[in-house]
Design a protein around this ligand. Structure first.
Ligand SMILES: N[C@@H](CCC(=O)N[C@@H](CS)C(=O)NCC(=O)O)C(=O)O
Length: 124
C-alpha cells in the first residue's frame, strides 16, 4: 500500500527519530524553546508572558513545519507531553501553559529564565 493517504499522519518511527534529533538540537542551542501551534490560544498566552518578562525565546510553530507532526510525536515520546505549548528552559522540559503560569505565580519563572541566560542583565 502506497500513496500519500496511507502515510498521512501515521506513526513513522524513522521520521520520529529524526525529528527527535532535531528537537534535541534546538533545545540544546536555545535557552528557551516553545514548541507551539500558531492558532493555539495557550501558546499565545505563554509567548505573551515570555515577551512581557523580556525573555528571548525561540518558537517552533509545528503547524508551519513540514515535519511538525513528527516533532510532536517525538516530543510526546521524549517528554510524555503531546500538547502544545511544550516549553523548555535551560535544556530542561518545563511543560505547558498551566505549568509555566503556575511556576510564574510561585515566583520561580524569572529566576529560571535568568539562570538560562534568557534575560538581559540589569542595566549598568
Ligand atoms: N493544559 C494545556 C492545554 C494545551 C492544549 O490543550 N493545547 C492544544 C492546542 S490549543 C493541543 O495541543 N491539542 C492537541 C494537538 O494540537 O495536537 C496547557 O496548559 O498547555
Amino acid at each position: 500500500m502506497g500513496g500519500y493517504l496511507s502515510s498521512w499522519n501515521k506513526s513513522d518511527p524513522a521520521a520520529t527519530g529524526m525529528a527527535l534529533e532535531k528537537a534535541k538540537e534546538i533545545v540544546s542551542n536555545d535557552p528557551v524553546v516553545v514548541f507551539s501551534k500558531s492558532y493555539c490560544p495557550y501558546c499565545t498566552r505563554v509567548k505573551k508572558l515570555l515577551r512581557q518578562l523580556g525573555a528571548s525565546y525561540k518558537v517552533v510553530e509545528l503547524d508551519a513545519e513540514s515535519d511538525g507532526s513528527h516533532i510532536q510525536s517525538a516530543l510526546a515520546e521524549w517528554t510524555g507531553q503531546r500538547t502544545v505549548p511544550n516549553v523548555f528552559i535551560g535544556g530542561n522540559h518545563i511543560g505547558g501553559c498551566d505549568t509555566v503560569t503556575e511556576i510564574h505565580r510561585g515566583g520561580k519563572l524569572v529566576p529560571l529564565l535568568s539562570q538560562a541566560g534568557a534575560l538581559a542583565g540589569p542595566a549598568a
